[in-house]
Design a protein around this ligand. Structure first.
Ligand SMILES: C[S@@+](CC[C@H](N)C(=O)[O-])C[C@H]1O[C@@H](n2cnc3c(N)ncnc32)[C@H](O)[C@@H]1O
Length: 485
């Protein structure tokens, strides 16, 4: 969410919160504990949030939302008004369509008071301008925004239904229809708004255990999420902010209701936080449009397959030209990019690396004879993390670092200036806020690269010949951990 701009009227923030709360408790089966209240957290650039009014004990129910109050494909009237099977669109596009329908119903929608407290502007990366995105420098997250893919899905899946049902989807903004350039753009804008709300606010309703982020994410949806059965907007539950491990509440999915419960004791005045997951700040920005320093431990650096291949002296990463890669690809062991977390002092460097990355490094450092041998056996090599692999990784990290145009020291100076202006004039907004968040993201990624670089230098500097090192190169006992074949 970018600012305090919410649907319909942004000037009546508190009144809209109150109206929303009154509407919600008027719905049959809704229970809201008197110990919580909706708070105006715009001074912290956090929009609305939920705060404890008095002490709350662990296990206490904060609110109960019956399943039929969830804004979902299942509950919307649209389901009975279309001949299409909405489920065929998948969980993302079907909810997007339903939300467009409900939004266009205005006051006639059963969720009209809910829309009034949902934002319409976002700081998620989908909405950043090219120059704002440039501030993320070499971050791989820029490649994951997936705006074009999302728009192609919207035009293919949603536009034909909207255009063929003008009475259900009345044109907005004085438009005659959703045809033509202006109509298409208006529809895309609406769909992006709903897609962004789903990304930052919706819950997986039937399979909450499948919430995990997976690789291969493009636009609003992942392949895994496409297979999930249902997403829904849960009023009030989605008013909880999150701040890494400060979560003190969780949504429990019961048979007929969704129940938010305290999972820790909460003191009067404290904010009630949900858990959005252990998300790197780059992804937090992409999905939710904010970052806080508490997410810094989850920062990663993504090293692309192309870069690793190039550093290994391969012309490209094309499977037709690189049979050694095909051995991995055929076993689903090849990725476009590899996330490396912040190195932990408690683990050897090799244990800190994703197993598939170690396998790729081993594959890329095979001699032509070794590679031919593996081809003949039709088996990937046994993963190793020795000097050759460490050298390749070091080179790739160095090259990746070159994609960032400033140093950490320069970033910290810029950040200090922005913090200073925030301290004197209040929370940053617009491009200044985005710049600050981009700097936080790129500092985190550079820190990960610097830590990795120094661990690799340490390891390469001391592990001449076959000597084992504290960081683990040459330690055969661990290699079995990464063995995948
Ligand atoms: C599920 S909503 C939470 C309610 C939201 N604050 C609102 O006013 O509608 C998620 C959005 O809240 C904001 N948010 C959540 N946690 C935050 C935090 N710790 N700091 C700042 N913004 C936060 C982000 O804009 C995010 O996309």
């Amino acid at each position: 969410m970018s600012s305090s701009t919410h649907f319909f009227n942004s000037d009546h923030f508190q009144r809209q919160s109150d109206e929303f709360a009154s509407w919600l408790v008027s719905l049959p089966g809704v229970m809201v504990n008197y110990k919580i209240r909706i708070a105006d957290l715009r001074a912290n650039a956090a929009g609305r949030g939920v705060v404890a009014q008095t002490d709350i004990v662990e296990g206490e129910e904060l609110f109960t939302i019956p399943r039929d109050c969830v804004l979902s494909t299942h509950n919307s009237k649209l389901r009975g008004l279309l001949s299409h099977d909405l489920e065929e669109l998948g969980p993302w596009l079907s909810l997007m369509l339903v939300m467009i329908y409900e939004y266009l119903q205005g006051a006639n929608s059963a969720w009209a008071p809910y829309f009034k407290v949902l934002p319409q502007d976002f700081d998620t990366l989908m909405f950043w301008s090219p120059s704002e995105l440039q501030e993320l420098q070499g971050s791989a997250v820029v490649e994951k925004i997936g705006k074009e893919g999302a728009e192609a899905s919207i035009l293919e899946g949603i536009a034909p239904i909207v255009r063929s049902h003008p009475s259900l989807f009345p044109p907005i903004d004085g438009l005659a229809s959703y045809d033509g350039d202006a109509g298409t753009q208006a529809l895309l804008n609406l769909a992006h708004t709903m897609g962004s709300l789903i990304m930052a606010y919706a819950f997986d309703i039937e399979k909450p255990e499948n919430e995990e982020e997976e690789d291969g994410e493009d636009g609003y949806m992942t392949d895994d999420e496409e297979e999930q059965s249902s997403k829904g907007m849960v009023p009030l539950a989605d008013m909880l902010n999150a701040d890494a491990d400060r979560n003190n509440a969780r949504l429990f999915q019961e048979e007929t209701s969704l129940v938010m419960k305290a999972i820790k004791n909460i003191r009067a005045g404290e904010e009630i936080f949900n858990d959005y997951g252990e998300i790197p700040r780059a992804d937090l920005l992409r999905r939710y449009g904010y970052v806080t320093n508490n997410y810094a431990p989850f920062d990663v650096i993504e090293i692309s397959l192309d870069l690793l291949c190039s550093c290994a002296g391969l012309r490209d990463s094309d499977l037709e030209n690189q049979p050694r890669l095909r051995l991995l690809y055929d076993r689903d062991l090849l990725d476009d990019g590899y996330d490396i977390p912040r190195p932990s002092q408690d683990h050897t460097l090799a244990d800190n690396l994703p197993e598939e990355l170690v396998l790729l490094l081993t594959t890329l450092t095979l001699s032509p004879e070794q590679s031919a041998d593996q081809q003949q056996k039709q088996k990937p090599p046994r993963p190793n993390f020795n000097r050759a692999e460490a050298t390749l990784l070091r080179d790739a990290i160095q090259r990746n670092y070159g994609r960032y145009s400033t140093t950490i020291a320069q970033d910290q100076e810029l950040l200090a200036q922005l913090n200073h202006s925030e301290a004197s004039s209040g929370p940053l907004a617009g491009s200044a806020r985005r710049l600050k968040m981009a700097i936080q993201v790129r500092i985190g990624e550079k820190e990960v690269m610097e830590h990795l670089g120094s661990r690799l230098r340490e390891l390469l500097g001391t592990s001449s010949s076959s000597k084992r090192t504290a960081s683990g190169a040459g330690d055969d006992s661990r290699r079995t951990k990464a063995q995948r074949t």
